[in-house]
Design a protein around this ligand. Structure first.
Ligand SMILES: C[S@@+](CC[C@H](N)C(=O)[O-])C[C@H]1O[C@@H](n2cnc3c(N)ncnc32)[C@H](O)[C@@H]1O
Length: 444
């Protein structure tokens, strides 16, 4: 049975901006070209290992050019461990983001994922029935949302300037049995009364209409005129149920707000956080700096083994969750700072006088860390051990690795002793996709 290997082919924001209608026949042909026989999981793990090895090869050759401590061009700059498997491989996602766009039959109210590319102008939105990594509950909510918008007199919003309202759907679930749905809506010219009517209809559909089968525990609505909006830019409006969902990780319970990041593979996250604990060599006198901490998961999962945790995160609601999570789990040795790491860390680290060993864990989004964060970390002599966690190590993370490991470069204000790669541990957080999480241990 053909299978769509989708996630690496998705291009949400690009599609929103550049997608142009093209004949249905072309899109169908294109979609069928993207159908592959399903590769075995073993084969996919080998592909991931190879791609991480290539990342290390690239890093090695750049470090060699920069004179960054690599001796032998034939060797990798550090040992590479085998890919650590995810305990769950099917239906592991606790969060799915569904787009609204034209389906293979041309229906502009199709809820699913994109196949094709913006550049090829051949994007088509397909339902997710074949997706092995998405749980049935998410697919059920997506199907119900599609049913709802197809009955709605309002159109779907495909290109912002062409009008339409219904936009993407995010579904989050947890082991507690919670299901949160977040519907994004472009208000266009609608007034408050018309908006309130749409919200009421959506709520009615999911609480007492056909969508009630989804048994949502939270239903959110966000008006958004941009590709993505933070809560501060446009609040997440709770239409029904509980404001948060809760998830258990390594015997701790975490509260998660609608706009807070949480690793999409919960059992995979446990593997990741155990690896972080081991690689950090955290001891009872260690201070752990958790940069880009989200809801505080990494720091809190290590808190009982270290002296103190300091978390920094840009999303205000995630920091509120992190503080709540610390208190709820009876953890009192953590402090969480809200703000951009590039604003918080230079001040925090420039005056660092604590004699305890300081270990940094950096887990940024795909954009990597700002060069001010790199400078602050390099210039803080107390940090001897740094764990850089990246789900896209071939991207901006590579720039960060080089900035952290290159010889001092006063022109770029990169001072302090450079780090050197010590070990690379790939973790298969995303089975059934081409992506792989990399934990790179840097020491000096
Ligand atoms: C990949 S997530 C990791 C979160 C957390 N470590 C975890 O495992 O759940 C990246 C986090 O970085 C945050 N972030 C992005 N840019 C940031 C910045 N400039 N300063 C601080 N945090 C940032 C995001 O909001 C997100 O929560």
């Amino acid at each position: 049975k053909p299978h769509l290997l989708l996630p690496s082919l998705l291009s949400y924001s690009k599609a929103q901006k550049v997608l142009r209608p093209c004949p249905v026949q072309d899109r169908l042909m294109e979609a069928s070209l993207l159908q592959h026989p399903r590769p075995t999981l073993g084969a996919m793990v080998s592909v991931k290992y190879e791609s991480v090895r290539k990342v290390l090869q690239t890093l090695t050759s750049h470090l060699l050019e920069l004179g960054g401590g690599v001796q032998d061009p034939g060797m990798l700059c550090c040992p590479l461990q085998p890919v650590v498997p995810s305990p769950t491989v099917n239906g592991y996602r606790n969060k799915s983001t569904f787009s609204v766009n034209r389906g293979p039959d041309g229906n502009p109210k199709t809820v699913g994922l994109y196949v094709g590319t913006g550049r090829g102008q051949n994007i088509v939105c397909v339902r997710t029935d074949h997706m092995m990594n998405i749980p049935l509950k998410h697919k059920q909510v997506a199907q119900c949302y599609e049913q709802f918008i197809r009955c709605s007199p309002l159109g779907s919003c495909i290109l912002f300037h062409e009008g339409g309202h219904w936009r993407e759907l995010v579904v989050r679930t947890s082991q507690h049995g919670h299901t949160m749905a977040i519907v994004t809506f472009h208000p266009q010219q609608l007034g408050q009364e018309a908006l309130a009517a749409q919200k009421a209809l959506l709520k009615e559909f999911f609480t007492c209409g056909p969508g009630a089968v989804c048994a949502l525990t939270s239903l959110y609505f966000q008006e958004s005129t941009m590709t993505r909006c933070s809560h501060e830019q446009s609040p997440f409006q709770l239409l029904h149920g509980e404001p948060h969902i809760f998830e258990d990780v390594l015997d701790l319970t975490f509260r998660i707000s609608p706009d807070a990041f949480f690793q999409v593979n919960t059992s995979g996250a446990e593997v990741l956080y155990r690896a972080v604990r081991e690689l950090s060599q955290a001891a009872t006198n260690t201070v752990l700096l958790d940069v880009c901490c989200g809801t505080g998961t990494i720091g809190l999962s290590l808190a009982r083994h270290v002296s103190k945790v300091i978390g920094v995160e840009i999303v205000q609601k995630a920091i509120e969750d992190a503080r709540w999570n610390a208190a709820f789990n009876g953890i009192s040795n953590c402090e969480f700072h809200s703000g951009k790491a590039e604003a918080v860390l230079p001040e925090l680290l420039s005056s660092w006088e604590d004699a305890r060993p300081l270990v940094a864990v950096v887990n940024p989004s795909r954009a990597g860390i700002h060069h001010r964060v790199v400078r602050a970390i390099r210039s803080c002599g107390a940090i001897r051990r740094l764990l850089y966690i990246s789900c896209k190590p071939e991207g901006e993370a590579m720039r960060n690795f080089l900035e952290l490991c290159c010889p001092p470069d006063p022109g770029k204000k990169l001072e302090g002793e450079p780090f050197a790669p010590a070990l690379a541990v790939p973790i298969d957080m995303f089975p059934h996709t081409a992506h792989c999480e990399l934990v790179l241990l840097l020491t000096r």
